[in-house]
Design a protein around this ligand. Sequence first.
Ligand SMILES: Cc1cc2nc3c(=O)[nH]c(=O)nc-3n(C[C@H](O)[C@H](O)[C@H](O)COP(=O)(O)OP(=O)(O)OC[C@H]3O[C@@H](n4cnc5c(N)ncnc54)[C@H](O)[C@@H]3O)c2cc1C
Length: 372
Amino acid sequence: MTRALIVGGGIGGMSCAITLRGLGVEVDLIDLDPQWRVYGAGITITRPSWRAFRRLGVLDELMEVGFGGDGIQICNAQGEHIGRVDDPDMQGEDLPGSGGIMRPELHRVLSSRVLSLGANVRLGLTVNALQTVGDAVNARLSDGTADTYDLVIGADGLFSGVRKLILPDAPAPTYTGQSIWRLFAPRPANIDRRHFFLGGKHKVGLSPVSSTHLYLFLPETTPRRGIIPDRELHLHLRELLQGYAGPLVELREGLSESSPIVLRPLEAFLMPPPWHNGRVLLVGDAAHPTTPHLASGAGMAVEDAIVLGEELAAAQHDVPAAFAAFTRRRWDRCRAVVENSIEIGRREQAGRPAAEQTELIAKTLALMAKPL
Ligand SMILES: Cc1cc2nc3c(=O)[nH]c(=O)nc-3n(C[C@H](O)[C@H](O)[C@H](O)COP(=O)(O)OP(=O)(O)OC[C@H]3O[C@@H](n4cnc5c(N)ncnc54)[C@H](O)[C@@H]3O)c2cc1C
């Protein structure tokens, strides 16, 4: 096994590139986006996700620019503290309980590592055809070139083109009934851990992403929204935040046309195995796309890369055997995250009591804390 093609240079694809370079594999990484950009939103990092980043070898760099806190402070819509969700106990792991980082910072750290390890990154490209023939995969790229690889990793996210090529009967993403609003804002000093405001019309969360900033998130239950012009986003978010007190008042009143707001519909589905066909494997959101209710999608994509590296090494580079072992190890864990994330979203949409939402978060985080 000497040559790999990775399709998609997001969190999963870059993590796989780092792992495969560590095994001495020559890596071509292609991404559809000619600028290799990520949008400027924050993400939450749970303790199991920190563990995955440590095993990938990027923990210290991420900690320098991200934020490590602990637990989730549960508040009511008035901002009064009504409970707490503790981080999962991971004995022997000296890691922050949870935290967050801006996507562009995460991308900068991972992409610098990928490039410094000598992966061959080509942008503005996708794959049009993949065929496993014997011990190789023939790949035809969108620039008309063709090449042969020992393995191909489909890390091209929720709407994966690789998934359509190798598993045409796989389910398609389904809108879950919620769209999520995210606002990047200065962090008041007393918001030093995640805060959830439950019991109002919507769930609202605050998640620190650096020593100076946080992001606010609000999953809105709504039929799929059409495009809202950027200059109007703040008006909608201000309306959604009406009726909340505590630290949300200042954030609401500070909204303006120039506020950095990102709105995304939530789509997910559970894809039963197989996640591979011949020598082509799906990882990350291409294999197990989840909603962000457990803030674990990014961590799972990194875990995929670590487990893949271990299984390729254990199978002594027998690629199909490694892919089958990979899926066996990942299935239960990924299924729990996808199913429980969707279920938490359902409970939010049904206005279930706060305890019914936090109970499933705590239970799933405890599961995620188990060894990979
Ligand atoms: C609103 C929202 C909030 C989230 N919050 C969190 C959070 O707080 N914590 C957390 O852990 N996770 C969170 N997630 C989930 C997390 O973002 C994903 O699980 C993670 O990005 C998956 O990584 P990936 O590499 O599989 O896919 P992506 O990060 O989506 O990367 C896919 C890459 O493939 C490229 N690509 C796409 N199509 C093609 C193609 N046909 N050919 C070539 N390249 C292609 C794209 O340009 C992109 O670079 C959130 C997700 C959403 C939608």
